[in-house]
Design a protein around this ligand. Structure first.
Ligand SMILES: [Zn+2]
Length: 114
């Protein structure tokens, strides 16, 4: 039986709570959240830039950005859509990686370019 959006969203919320706890424990209080609602596109770009910078320092922070970003996409109704080609991401992939940004094909292409 395929995993439901509801279940994926719950898993993302759990992951988010866990990551926030980890960050709080390690004394990192810099994270300001992705800002739901207003100026989502601007926020996403800005947050992405921030995430790129901090990802070098803290893996949890970049993971938290991905989780927040995925939750934002639920609000926008674009959850589960590949950000590169716009095709639906395979459900099995989402089940394994609820915050996946790309479908398998695009992910493979991106990794090849590295
Ligand atoms: Zn794709």
């Amino acid at each position: 039986m395929p995993v439901s959006n509801e279940e994926l969203r719950n898993r993302l919320l759990q992951e988010r709570a866990y990551l926030l706890e980890q960050l709080t424990r390690s004394g990192e209080n810099e994270y300001r959240g992705a800002g739901y609602g207003n100026h989502i596109a601007d926020d996403a770009t800005e947050t992405f830039e921030q995430a790129k910078e901090v990802s070098l320092q803290r893996n949890e922070t970049s993971l938290l950005w991905l989780v927040d970003h995925a939750l934002e996409k639920f609000e926008l109704g674009t959850y589960g859509i590949c950000e590169a080609c716009g095709a639906p991401i395979d459900r099995a992939r989402l089940k394994a990686l609820p915050y996946a940004l790309y479908c398998l094909d695009c992910q493979a292409q991106i990794e090849q370019r590295r």
